[in-house]
Design a protein around this ligand. Structure first.
Ligand code: PLP
Ligand code: LYS
Length: 453
């Protein structure tokens, strides 16, 4: 099937949807719904496309750092590692998943705009290789921590002042962004670094945003990084060994949406780095890219069961009905938060003619919990299972247990096999953190300072 479906998606002769040879209807029966299904082959092909394109188009060394914020689990960290990828972690929690999965500390970069001293200390204890510093205060904190005698490799995250055409919530490199060190503060950052002998400057980073389909802003961002590399060389004689223009490549989530090819993106970045270094007389750095969405997004399909089909009194847009699903904004907040558009098809009788236009409504107690509007579908009845493609990125990683609904499981499919790699959260998991009302209050004693009874 064409994108946005995963590489191995097909409709079998009985008219049922399969992934990696596994019936999605069978996955829904065995594991319940909602359930997320991860196609290993799609993940591996996309990870490999980055790795191979970088090797082909960049003259120096290169690394692909899988951005765990898009979606991270032990199995996914291991899959990324198996493909030779490194890990971009944005919290100690993500570092721990990586380390637990067997990712060596020196293959982990730690990002984040508000890392606390405690987090930085813990990251160092866990052996994190490079810290991507986001502010002058963080540089001071790190300099203090590195007085313990353990040197620390650092990259500076710059705020490049480059606007990317994407949703404002996921634009990160424009002037005024909360992320990165403003260019005007680069001299101060360099002075702090120079005064901290335990901090080792290795390079520069920026990230202009996410779900980006126009490649031009990447070129602009690379030029800003290379100008800064030239400044640091002039001021302090430093060599920028590593250059990372971040991640952010967009994907298609519905048929016909534009999706830039991974190789074209890598080639554009590498060409700008090569030409820019030559123009400035800088050595070719190690080039790092940090894709998240463009690797895992298209590799996952979410399965929901239709709980009720509710006809509308009057047409709403094109839709004549709501299909109430057993999931929604708790497992995929993207439509509510960014206006993301999603597609869907039934897993059985997938090729039936489209006779229905419906809104796919989530189960959460919010009017805004609509997963997709005006979706063209076959006549779907209550009880049927729908598959939503391109569901891998920023869905489960942003999931909540709103309404005390447990978060869904993940089933990995490969070569005719299906394996549960993350179990469903249970009601016991959700209750486990709660303590009962303290004894005196439970016994009805008055609360000091509270109203008299
Ligand atoms: C620093 C950094 N690197 C990489 C990424 C991954 O972005 P994406 O998942 O859009 O490729 C992000 C998220 O936007 C980020 O903030
Ligand atoms: N959560 C965002 C992406 C955030 C990128 C973080 N730097 C999304 O779903 O599109």
């Amino acid at each position: 099937m064409p994108p946005p479906w995963p590489d191995t998606a097909e409709v079998d002769p009985a008219g049922d949807l399969r992934l990696a040879g596994v019936s999605l209807g069978a996955v829904a029966e065995e594991h319940g719904t909602p359930v997320y299904v991860l196609d290993a082959a799609t993940f591996v092909r996309r990870a490999g496309a980055y790795r191979d394109a970088l090797a082909a188009h960049h003259a120096g060394p290169s690394e692909v750092h899988y951005a765990g914020k898009a979606y991270l689990s032990v199995a996914v960290a291991q899959l990324a590692l198996r493909e030779g990828l490194h890990l971009d972690a944005v919290s100690v929690g993500e570092v721990r998943v990586g380390r637990h999965a067997g990712v060596p500390g020196d293959r982990i970069h730690l990002h984040g705009n508000a890392k606390t001293a405690a987090e930085l200390r813990e990251a160092r204890r866990l052996g994190v290789g490079t810290v991507i510093v986001d502010s002058l205060d963080e540089l001071r904190t790190l300099a203090e921590l590195a007085r313990d005698g353990v040197p620390q490799a650092v990259m500076l995250r710059l705020s490049p002042g480059v606007a990317a055409d994407t949703h404002p919530h996921i634009s990160t490199g424009h002037a005024g962004s909360k992320f990165g060190i403003p260019l005007s503060l680069l001299p101060d950052a360099a002075r702090l670094l120079a005064a901290a002998p335990a901090l080792r400057y290795v390079g520069l980073h920026c990230h202009i945003g996410s779900q980006i389909t126009d490649l031009r802003p990447y070129r602009a961002a690379v030029r800003v990084l290379l100008d800064a590399a030239g400044d640091l060389r002039r001021w302090h004689g430093w060599t920028t060994r590593t250059l990372s223009p971040g991640g952010g490549l967009g994907i298609a989530a519905t048929a016909g949406e534009p999706e830039p090819a991974i190789e074209a993106h890598v080639q554009a970045v590498a060409a700008e780095v090569a030409a820019g270094c030559e123009r400035r007389g800088l050595p070719q750095p190690k080039l790092v890219l940090e894709p998240g969405r463009s690797i895992v997004g298209p590799a996952m399909v979410a399965l929901y069961r239709v709980v009720a089909a509710k006809p509308l009194d009057a047409r709403d847009g094109e839709a004549t009905a709501y299909l109430h699903l057993d999931g929604g904004m708790g497992d995929n907040v993207r439509p509510a938060m960014y206006g993301a558009r999603l597609a869907a098809l039934p897993v059985s009788g997938t090729c039936r003619p489209h006779r229905l236009v419906a809104h796919l409504s989530g189960r959460y107690c919010e009017s805004g919990d609509i997963l997709a509007r005006d979706v063209h579908l076959p006549e779907v009845r209550a009880g049927e299972v729908l598959a939503v493609p391109a569901a891998g990125a920023y869905t489960l990683s942003m999931a909540s247990s709103y309404n005390h609904v447990p978060r869904p499981p993940v089933v990995l499919v490969f070569d005719g096999h299906a394996r549960l790699v993350t179990r469903r959260e249970s009601h016991d998991d959700l209750i486990a953190r709660d303590a009962a009302l303290p004894e005196p209050l439970a016994a009805g004693l008055p609360v000091p300072g509270g109203p008299r009874r």
